[in-house]
Design a protein around this ligand. Structure first.
Ligand SMILES: Nc1ncnc2c1ncn2[C@@H]1O[C@H](COP(=O)(O)OP(=O)(O)OP(=O)(O)O)[C@@H](O)[C@H]1O
Length: 258
């Protein structure tokens, strides 16, 4: 299964932010989107998710135009973890995770016993089982982030799109989320995520899309795209990309030169 993004333009009203952008996401891929603030990564993700109307182009899932896919079917194909998440109601974290299963339910049906079992399993997988009974709005930003990833996993989607999934996480939880995303991609789920940390893209392996300030996108294997030259072009300052070895493991560090 693949998501084909074909020459899309997206933005607000008549104002386009991203123009003529194309890429393909296959199941099992990890595709990291990088680029400076305001270049249009969130706008692009919202447009792919159908939350903003496309100004031009098409998003095809296995050749079928997104517009022809029902919302219910779509939810079973792509899970979405937005950048900010708030809920006006005092739901328990477990309820928020269970909301992921509503994609598969009818309008008036309640989650089944197996949905509850699965929700607990997913929370355990992400080491957040201890938050199950806590009120979502009373969790920290990072804890809420993990709950939202669990909610996306409840949908059992073929793809997950995550907008800055590591943004408010501590050092350890950032690594835990990246490791989890790698595991999910090894299990065949296609992952698309935005990040402001080039090292995270190197840790994930896979492919990268790097937007430069003019909105031009470079895409390809991470090592070919996140070069010193391209990163300097994107962020407007020299960047050192250093290959290293640690206990026989290849590591890549990425540091701005200030
Ligand atoms: N609701 C909106 N209406 C009009 N313009 C918007 C709206 N939301 C965002 N924009 C504009 O669209 C542009 C792209 O914003 P977007 O949030 O997609 O960037 P981004 O690359 O995700 O940024 P960041 O890395 O800071 O999250 C920005 O210039 C922003 O001001």
């Amino acid at each position: 299964m693949e998501i084909e993004i074909k020459c899309i333009a997206c933005g607000y009203g008549k104002h386009s932010v991203v123009n003529n952008f194309s890429t393909t996401i296959n199941q099992g891929d990890i595709l990291c989107f990088l680029g400076p603030n305001g270049v249009g990564k969130t706008t692009l993700f919202k447009s792919i998710m159908g939350l903003l109307p496309l100004l031009d182009g098409q998003v095809l899932i296995d050749g079928t135009d997104l517009k022809k896919i029902s919302r219910k079917k779509f939810a079973s194909l792509i899970g979405y973890v937005p950048q900010t998440h708030s809920t006006p109601f005092a739901f328990q974290a477990l309820d928020v995770v269970l909301m992921g299963s509503t994609a598969r339910l009818n309008a008036f049906s309640n989650p089944s016993k197996s949905d509850y079992i699965k929700a607990h399993e997913v929370m355990e997988q992400l080491s957040i089982e201890r938050f199950a009974d806590k009120i979502f709005t009373e969790l920290s930003g990072g804890e809420r982030q993990m709950v939202m990833i669990a909610r996306a996993l409840m949908q059992e989607p073929a793809f997950i799109m995550l907008d800055e999934p590591t943004a408010s996480l501590d050092f350890g939880n950032q690594a835990k989320v990246l490791k989890e995303l790698k595991t999910l991609s090894n299990q065949g789920i296609g992952i698309a995520m935005t990040t402001h940390v080039p090292e995270h893209a190197f840790l994930c392996g896979g492919k990268a899309v790097l937007f430069t300030p003019g909105g031009h996108a470079l895409s390809g294997p991470v090592k070919e795209i996140l070069t010193e030259k391209n990163l300097e072009k994107a962020y407007g300052l020299p960047v050192a990309v250093i290959e290293d070895r640690w206990h026989n493991r290849k590591m890549i560090h990425c540091t701005p030169v200030i």
